[in-house]
Design a protein around this ligand. Structure first.
Ligand SMILES: [Zn+2]
Length: 160
C-alpha cells in the first residue's frame, strides 16, 4: 500500500512538472522564470496549468517588444526583465504576474477567442494578474500590484 502511494506520488510529480513551455535566455533569466512559476504553482494551481499549457516558449529578447506572439511564444524584453528583477523579494511576484498576463492571452489565442487589438483582451489579462497578486499581502506583492496598476494606466492612456 505504501509503495503504491509512493508510485502514485512520483507519477503525480512528473505530471506536474511536464511542461511543453521552453525557457530560453541567460541563466539568471531562466532562474527568474522558474521562480515565478514556482510561486504560481504553490498559490494558484489553475493559473499555473494555464501558463504551462498555453505559452509555448518564454525567451529573453532585445527587440523592444514585451508580449505574446501569435505562435503563443512570449518575448520578454530585456528592459522589462530588468524592471521586474529590480530586487529579489519583488521579482517572483512580478514575474509570476506577467506570466499569468501573457498566459491569459496565450490561452485565448489557442482557443481562437483572442481579440488582441481590443481593450477587452487587455482587461482580462490585467484582471488575471490582479486576481493572483491580491491573495498576498506583503510589501513585495503590493509593490507588484502597484506596478500592474501603473502599467494598466499607461496602457489606458496609450489607447486614447
Ligand atoms: Zn496584454
Amino acid at each position: 500500500m505504501k509503495r503504491l502511494l509512493i508510485v502514485m506520488l512520483i507519477a503525480l510529480l512528473f505530471t506536474g512538472c511536464r511542461s511543453r513551455m521552453k525557457i530560453e535566455g541567460t541563466p539568471e533569466f531562466k532562474a527568474d522564470i522558474q521562480q515565478g512559476l514556482a510561486l504560481i504553482k504553490e498559490h494558484s494551481p489553475e493559473q499555473y496549468k494555464m501558463v504551462l499549457e498555453n505559452i509555448t516558449r518564454v525567451y529573453l529578447d532585445d527587440k523592444g517588444f514585451n508580449g505574446i506572439h501569435t505562435d503563443r511564444s512570449y518575448s520578454m524584453d530585456k528592459l522589462a526583465h530588468s524592471q521586474y528583477a529590480v530586487y529579489d523579494e519583488y521579482k517572483p511576484y512580478q514575474i509570476a504576474a506577467v506570466l499569468i498576463h501573457e498566459g491569459t492571452h496565450a490561452k485565448r489565442i489557442k482557443d481562437g477567442t483572442a481579440r488582441l487589438k481590443e481593450p477587452y483582451e487587455e482587461e482580462l489579462a490585467y484582471n488575471a494578474e490582479r486576481e493572483f497578486l491580491k491573495q498576498f499581502n506583503n510589501y513585495a506583492s503590493l509593490a507588484a500590484l502597484e506596478y500592474v496598476e501603473l502599467s494598466y494606466q499607461a496602457w489606458k492612456k496609450q489607447g486614447k
